[in-house]
Ligand binder design. Structure first.
Ligand code: FAD
Length: 392
């Protein structure tokens, strides 16, 4: 470790690794630090990603793809099944990953691009001078070091402190948190080419249960419920109920507990000398809770803009504003649309969900145009379209 770099990236998740790789490929001197001793472990993820967006960042590799998904199946509270081909389900889940290997491979790619990677190294504070972030304080093997940089990229995930240290408001109200519990199970006995989503206020208040295939008769079976609607319900108890009723023969071999911010975009993700990416910038999707692709896309934007700023010799918010505008125009727009949909759907009763599923169950999603889908939705529920008018 040197005492000065162009860019320091805090956190080696997908957002951090892509930021580090991009900045290193631009010829910058990059340090990426990760507080855990093993990148990617323990996971806090259902590991579903869209194929198209993933391929913009990394060539798919069977070493970290557990399942190649052909479609999704949504099951309404009365058991009505709506099946969609992968292209039609928004490409949300195309591959189910093995993130322990995937995250490590992304970090490997950033190292191969020239970034220095340090594990078991925790950022403990920022160095701030003249209202500008000039580096970090880090703890490595029991010792505190000060390492300076022109830009710090905070990619420290859901539990992010980097933004807060720079005076950026990143707090998420408990009511805007999706609390999740997940089991990796063997003997899952599900179609390994399908992802399943179970809806219903009894099953998962203002949320859903997912079953994602993991190959070899394994599956990630999890639940996410919204803080504001969950009352006394604990996700783990609801998940156990679901397992008992729907997968009595499955055997639990791993457990994940975690939270996803579903608050929508925050007001600011930059400061002088600092950018936030991924979950640290609250860039996960308010409906699905998915954040891998958004983190990677934001990481790429941040890496490119860091290079531009450093070349121009101006790392103030005047230059970094380009990152703020770019991600809001792309990722931010999708998050805002999802927020409108989420706020509509959380108020749906089980009857509403059933009536929607009934009107969609016989629709052939593989040959359907967007207009056909809108017609089907409109037929099902006129109020729904009115509520969602902001996104059309
Ligand atoms: P992370 O992947 O969280 O990486 C942040 C890294 O920073 C971590 O490795 C952490 O150890 C490190 N770090 C934190 N603080 C410090 C520090 N002070 N110093 C050094 N290192 C630090 N998304 C999807 O797209 N698909 C899904 O199917 C999906 N399922 C999910 C299921 C659950 C139960 C949960 C909780 C989340 C799920 N997500 C899913 C969300 C997804 O996991 C995140 O959006 C994604 O990992 C964000 O990437 P990131 O790089 O921003 O942060």
């Amino acid at each position: 470790m040197k005492d000065h770099y162009d860019v320091i990236v805090v956190g080696a998740g997908p957002g951090g690794s892509i930021a580090a790789k991009t900045a290193a490929k631009e010829g910058l001197d990059v340090l990426m630090i990760e507080k855990r001793q093993e990148i990617g472990d323990p996971i806090r993820c259902a590991e579903g990603v869209g194929k198209f967006h993933l391929k913009q960042h990394i060539e798919p590799d069977p070493r970290w793809i557990c399942a190649d998904v052909k479609g999704s199946c949504i099951i309404s509270p009365d058991g009505t099944r709506v099946e969609m081909a992968e292209e039609m389900s928004g490409g949300e889940v195309g591959y189910v990953l093995e993130r322990k290997i995937f995250d490590r491979e992304l970090a490997n790619e950033s190292a191969l691009a020239g970034a220095e990677v340090m594990v078991k190294t925790r950022a403990t504070d920022l160095i701030i001078e003249n209202d500008t972030v000039c580096g970090i304080k880090l703890m490595h093997l029991g010792k505190i070091h000060e390492v300076r940089s022109k830009i710090v990229i905070g990619a420290d995930g859901m539990e992010s402190k980097v933004g807060r240290w720079a005076g950026i408001e990143t707090a998420v109200k408990p009511s805007d948190m999706e609390t999740c519990a997940q089991y990796l199970v063997s003997n899952a006995n599900i179609d390994q080419e399908f992802c399943y989503f179970y809806l219903g206020n009894e099953i998962a208040p203002a949320g859903y249960v997912w079953m994602f295939p993991k190959g070899g008769n394994k599956a990630n079976v999890g639940i996410g419920i919204l803080g504001s609607k969950s009352g006394e319900d604990r996700p783990i108890d609801l998940l156990n109920d679901f397992m008992e009723k729907n997968m009595p023969d499955a055997k639990i071999i791993e457990m994940v507990i975690g939270g996803v911010p579903v608050c929508g975009t925050i007001d600011r993700t930059i400061a002088n000398g600092l950018m936030l990416v991924g979950d640290a910038a609250r860039q996960s999707d308010p409906i699905t809770g998915g954040g891998i692709i958004n983190a990677m896309n934001a990481g790429k934007m941040a890496g490119e803009i860091a290079a531009k700023a450093i070349r121009n010799g101006d790392c103030s918010t005047d230059t970094l504003q380009e990152y703020e505008e770019l991600w809001r125009k792309t990722i931010g727009k999708e998050i805002n649309n999802s927020l409108i949909v989420k706020e509509t759907f959380v108020n749906f009763t089980d009857e509403d969900l059933n009536s929607l599923a009934h009107s969609l169950k016989d629709v052939n999603f593989t040959s359907m145009s967007l207009l056909d889908l809108l017609k089907a939705l409109f037929k099902a529920n006129k109020k729904l379209l009115w509520d969602l008018r902001g996104i059309f």
